[in-house]
Design a protein around this ligand. Structure first.
Ligand code: BGC
Length: 734
């Protein structure tokens, strides 16, 4: 992984500058070489103009770009032209991470719309993340792309965050492992996966100007750890730096983040691309940025206009530009782009939908069940209410949005052109009807009027209410209530009929003032193109609910480290933030530091509405023989038994709760287990040592302290069913 030292003789500098516009005949390296050597060989033959071609990309949204594009470029996020004389292919980039994005409506061809990334986090299933990543990559390649902008591993620090549905969880291990496997699937398919948004990109309010304040050690033990784990597991070819500032510096111009941490401490060999319109000048390249993305979106196309003249004058900058070029080429070789070009093919919607449905099933979380579920097929009169359940399931808005091959069920403007309120055509109502006998009496009410919804519920045996919270890139929720009066509507339905089941389709946590008055609650997130069927599968018990919360659901905003969203009092400033010229504001993450989510709740001794890791099954599990032992690896062992009366799945979770006298709850590992009735299984896995460590800035490493470590095993972060203690030797992890 280490980068070879880069030597830069003065003579070579002068020669390359002079030949800038006179390409010489290429000598191509052998195909089996090491990516570093292959990249160096190609780069050495490039003119500066060709290098510039590599370190910038063209905005390729065909309905918006001002730059003429070749006929074979389909509307997408960005495009880098090829250099045929050196056999360097074009970079063709599409957004993920929920499938091949529809570019805010400028492409109509459609792709599989997968469940939200948060739903993938809720599945706690790295294998499923790999399956979804592989299918997404397959479809992206079939559309001619070789770069997938997928891999959102920012921690959910802000439950009101507009892009939480694009992120995996509030925990670094869960996000790092599940995110890493999703990335690896893309890389294995000979595509570049771009992990993003580096770093501390937790809220959308003032996203270009918000300044995340966090100490170095706090960041390393939380958000940076998620990135580091996902990078080590997935080997993404690129990292996308974020919009926001971190400790005063713009992420894409932060030497601390890009050069000191990512490239030097972590020895990351790939390249850093900017987020779209996140560059502030060619000094960003000096700080460690390798590629200005879709440069016409920036205040000016800095690299295109300013880089070459400056590099001629500034030897260090020229050196940096060559290093950036090498890094991009290195990633292209290492990811197999040179030898495995994508082939245009048709996307099979049925194949994609089957995987999306399985992924949705695995991520649905049964939050509460007073014996109402699974729903009996003998139920006669069922009221289905709200959430456009007669049409489909909701999706989140922004650059990640995917239009399914089948087309949208509902598609209307949310908040601006990129922000569409789209429902995928996977109707829960139709899926519920399909599970019931023909003579069942199933009716639907829009849920617009609480009184009408309550009337229908009163006349039914069971009411199933679908409640939605539309979230989008660029916009946070002001609070955690369900919008458009849905809380009142649910309360009215529950008063009319206590046999009420609530199915939530939300971008993240919400409050539930009606919680104690309903019989069951299911969190289905944005469930994707197989979502309606997956919800019905779980409601009727054809699939056991094995999803577990990847985020804490707070009981009130007061429980959060920041009860008021930073700067939400000043929306005008937020709207003006795109101009990038106004003063920023601080978001102080030093308050919770690395204690994000459940760690914060444990530190404060506060009881949330539903804890991180929570989720019910239709059967029951018993854990025994829990032990943790130190050795070459720190190993966990326990036995799980399905002692309920049906087959089902569970996610037993191991947390460390005290390390050498230092209290603090941290997820240390988990296993997703599916067992038949009566079946037992012994689970063993090693604990990732960075989870047991603290970042030590002086040593430049994660240090595991020596001493007594206390662990708990349970069904959530709040469940200490079994405890184990072991003595751990100190470790230093780079
Ligand atoms: C988003 C990125 C996305 C890019 C390209 C930006 O607005 O923050 O996540 O990859 O657009 O569409």
């Amino acid at each position: 992984m280490a980068q070879p030292p880069i030597f830069w003789p003065v003579a070579a500098y002068v020669v390359t500058s002079i030949v800038a516009s006179f390409p010489v005949a290429a000598q191509l390296p052998d195909k089996a070489g090491h990516p570093d050597r292959q990249a160096a060989a190609i780069e050495a033959q490039m003119t500066d103009t060709e290098r510039l071609n590599m370190v910038r990309s063209i905005f390729s949204r065909t309905d918006r770009t001002a730059t003429p594009l070749p006929a074979d470029v389909v509307s997408s996020a960005s495009y880098t032209p090829p250099i045929p004389r050196l056999n360097v292919p074009a970079l063709r980039e599409t957004d993920g991470p929920l499938g091949v994005s529809w570019v805010s409506g400028s492409r109509k061809d459609g792709a599989t719309a997968f469940p939200s990334t948060l739903a993938m986090g809720a599945a706690w299933d790295p294998d499923m993340a790999y399956r979804v990543g592989a299918q997404m990559a397959k479809e992206a390649r079939a559309k001619g792309f070789n770069v997938l902008l997928t891999g959102g591993v920012n921690l959910v620090r802000e439950p009101r965050g507009g892009r939480n549905f694009e992120y995996l969880s509030e925990d670094p291990l869960l996000s790092g492992v599940v995110g890493g496997l999703g990335i690896r699937a893309v890389q294995d398919a000979h595509m570049i996966s771009t992990i993003k948004h580096f770093a501390m990109n937790a809220q959308e309010t003032g996203r270009h100007i918000a300044n995340a304040l966090i100490r170095d050690d706090q960041a390393h033990d939380s958000d940076l750890l998620a990135f580091r784990l996902a990078i080590d597991i997935g080997h993404p070819g690129a990292v996308m730096c974020a919009y926001n500032r971190v400790n005063g510096a713009q992420s894409c111009g932060s030497k601390a983040l890009l050069t000191d941490i990512l490239k030097t401490q972590w020895r990351y060999p790939g390249f850093v691309m900017s987020d779209w319109s996140a560059v502030r000048g060619i000094s960003d390249m000096t700080a460690g940025l390798d590629r200005e993305s879709a440069d016409e979106n920036d205040a000016r196309p800095y690299f295109a206009q300013d880089l070459l003249p400056a590099a001629v004058r500034d030897r260090a900058l020229h050196h940096r530009m060559r290093d950036a070029t090498r890094r991009i080429l290195r990633t292209m070789f290492a990811s197999g782009l040179m030898t495995n070009p994508p082939k245009i093919a048709a996307v099979d919607p049925a194949e994609g939908k089957a995987i999306a449905r399985a992924a949705a099933q695995g991520g649905i979380v049964l939050l509460k069940n007073e014996g109402m579920l699974p729903l009996l097929r003998s139920a006669r009169r069922i009221a289905v209410i709200g959430g456009f359940a007669n049409e489909g399931v909701l999706s989140g808005g922004g650059s990640s949005q995917v239009q399914p091959v089948q087309g949208p069920a509902i598609n209307f403007p949310g908040n601006g052109a990129r922000h569409r309120i789209m429902y995928h055509p996977s109707s829960p109502l139709a899926a519920i009807k399909a599970k019931l006998p023909k003579d069942a009496f199933v009716r639907y009410d829009q849920g617009f009027y609480p009184a009408a919804a309550a009337n229908m519920a009163r006349e039914s045996d069971v009411a199933i209410v679908f409640a939605t919270q539309w979230m989008t890139e660029g916009l946070d929720a002001p609070d955690l209530s369900l919008p458009q009066g849905q809380d009142e509507m649910i309360a009215a339905v529950a008063r009319a009929n206590p046999n009420t089941i609530v199915v939530l389709e939300t971008g993240g946590p919400v409050l539930m003032p009606w919680k104690d008055h309903v019989g069951a609650i299911l969190e289905a997130w944005y469930a994707g193109i197989g979502g309606g069927e997956a919800i019905a599968d779980v409601l009727f018990g054809d699939v056991d609910p094995t999803g577990r919360l990847p985020v804490t659901f707070p009981a009130s905003l007061d429980q959060l480290p920041r009860p008021v969203l930073d700067d939400s009092k000043d929306r005008a400033r937020d709207l003006a933030s795109q101009s990038q010229t106004i003063a920023g504001f601080d978001v102080d993450y030093r308050i919770e530091g690395s204690d994000v989510g459940y760690r914060w709740f444990a530190r404060k001794g506060v009881k949330p509405l539903f804890p991180f890791g929570h989720g019910l099954s239709y059967t029951h599990f018993r854990y025994s023989d829990f032990s943790v032992t130190d050795g070459p690896q720190i190993m966990v062992s326990f036995t799980i038994e399905n002692d309920g009366d049906r087959a089902g799945g569970d996610v037993p979770q191991v947390y460390v709760r005290e390390r050498a006298g230092k209290p603090g709850l941290r997820l240390a590992g988990w296993s997703k287990v599916v067992l038949d009735k009566g079946q037992r299984k012994t689970i063993r896995f090693p604990i990732e040592p960075k989870i047991l460590a603290d970042w030590d800035g002086k040593v430049g490493a994660w240090m595991v302290p020596a001493g007594r470590f206390d662990f708990q095993l349970g069904a959530s972060s709040a469940d200490a069913a079994l405890a184990a203690t072991t003595s751990v030797a100190s470790r230093r992890i780079k």
